[in-house]
Design a protein around this ligand. Structure first.
Ligand code: GAP
Length: 455
């Protein structure tokens, strides 16, 4: 997928119109870098997080040795002891270079390393720094962590940060998890949760936000096996996106070169995706080999022994970490962009071809007309379906309009009850992607959906 601004605009417009994504505090003019998920968006994002948790934690993949890998989860607080961020390096090093423009009417703040990609607010046809009126300051470092105060007094003592990643909660709990859950190396600890970064230039819709959700795994293993696990995790994560509908064509794994790698890291693959808002593929997830940097730092700063005793090897050591770190919002945006389809042969040409596991509404039930005893047959079917999956019931408007509304919401199956249902007990099932229809017995609706949705 090459850059296509018009397509992106149509996606943003559909997301607003159908209640996937809204600007946060829109009635007050919005707030830059913050987004809300509407009724359909919240279901989509929940489905993404649930699919990730199911496929990575509760029903994890089979490892290279043919055995299911060992995974557990945690849910840590967003605000943590400040020492966590001193140990991780975020307090001193989590910063972007920034410049200010002193010009009256602009007074903008920009990422110094992205000036050539940032339009000047006073003259958008030029980049920041290229307009005669630009008066840029020298670049200085700007820490991206949001500050607040824990306690009544706003002083240095009570200063705390909102976490900029979920990973450190996992490292800080490494010993608790080892002591409480009898996990044996190699094993992973997973977490899904909000992270906050005071990004200088939030942009590209939800792609770079100031509040976002991460889905992170820290996988602890012996250093000797670590490169094998890193490769394995990279493939598992690429295949996970493919299994939920991202085409291989738009997914571009990119190995970081030596210059990009953190000093403690042996290898990192950025799993990138070709979004319609950019010429270059953009990062969806990083799969990083982090060595034992984090555990070393936390052991040093906390004074606690974070080594692991390996019973089989009779060896005590700090495990090496492989970190697949994904963004729930970036995944949601990629799944929306991939699902967005324009089919000019349809009266309402826009539809979202979500994988059934991700579709916000799994099925809709329609009486063809809102009379003649059809609602009396349709309503009980709808109630049965709704017990198991998010479903919609719509008795009004032309059948074409009702199908089109469901296509735009990404609903994979619509069941219509019509005159023939009264005669032979069959209903029509319409497939969102093909528009094709077949008749099945009304008693088979739940079974039909169960079979289709389990794929
Ligand atoms: N613990 C490692 C870590 O946080 P990262 O590459 O900074 O690594 C991981 O972030 C993922 O979190 C990214 O690949 C992306 O999906 C998501 N992410 C990071 N910053 C984001 C932002 N400002 N807005 C939305 N998602 C973001």
């Amino acid at each position: 997928m090459a850059k296509d601004s018009e397509r992106m605009e149509r996606i943003v417009s559909l997301c607003k119109r159908r209640g996937f994504i809204f600007q946060s505090s829109e009635i007050y003019g919005g707030i830059n870098g913050f987004w809300d998920y509407g009724p359909l968006g919240v279901e989509l994002k929940r489905n993404i997080k649930e699919a990730w948790w199911h496929d990575m934690v509760t029903n994890p993949p089979v490892g290279p040795d043919g055995k299911e890998i060992s995974m557990v989860g945690v849910d840590c607080s967003i605000i943590m002891n400040r020492k966590v961020w001193e140990a991780s390096g975020h307090a001193s090093g989590f910063a972007d270079p920034m410049v200010d423009c002193k010009t009256e009417g602009c007074k903008g703040r920009f990422r110094a390393d992205q000036l050539d990609k940032t339009p000047c607010p006073l003259k958008p046809s030029k980049c920041v720094g290229q307009h005669d009126k630009c008066q840029l300051t020298e670049a200085r470092q700007f820490n991206l962590m949001f500050e607040t105060y824990a306690g009544a007094i706003k002083d240095e003592e009570n200063l705390v940060w909102l976490r900029p990643e979920t990973a450190q909660g996992i490292f800080a709990n490494f010993k608790n998890v080892c002591d409480s859950s009898r996990v044996k190396l190699p094993f992973g600890i997973a977490q899904i949760g909000k992270s906050f970064r005071n990004e200088i230039n939030p942009r590209n819709y939800t792609f770079r936000s100031r509040e976002f959700e991460q889905m992170e795994i820290e996988f602890f293993c012996h250093d000797r096996e670590s490169m094998m696990w890193w490769e394995w995790w990279r493939d598992v994560r690429i295949n996970w996106y493919k299994s939920l509908g991202l085409s291989g064509e738009n997914l571009k794994p990119r190995n970081q070169d030596e210059k990009e790698l953190a000093h403690y890291s042996k290898a990192c693959t950025d799993i990138e995706y070709c979004f319609p808002f950019a010429d270059e593929p953009q990062e969806l997830e990083g799969v990083a080999h982090r060595g034992n940097f984090d555990l070393t730092q936390h052991a040093r700063f906390s004074g606690k022994d974070l080594t692991y005793f390996d019973d089989e090897r009779k060896e005590r050591f700090l495990p090496t970490v492989i970190e697949p770190s994904a963004g729930a919002d970036r995944s949601a945006l990629a799944f929306i962009c991939e699902a967005y389809t324009v089919d000019p042969s349809r009266p309402s040409p826009e539809l979202l071809k979500f994988h059934p596991r991700l579709a916000p509404i799994k099925a809709a039930v329609f009486p063809l007309v809102n009379k003649d005893g059809l609602p009396e047959i349709a309503e009980p079917i709808y109630r049965e379906v709704k017990k198991l999956w998010p479903a919609a019931y719509d008795p009004k408007a032309s059948i074409g309009k009702r199908y089109a509304r469901m296509d735009e919401a990404g609903t994979p199956y619509c069941f219509t009850i019509d005159g023939q249902t009264k005669e032979d007990g069959t209903v029509t099932v319409r497939d969102r992607d093909t528009g094709g229809q077949e008749r099945i017995d009304k008693s088979r609706v739940v079974e039909y959906l169960r079979e289709k949705l389990s794929r």
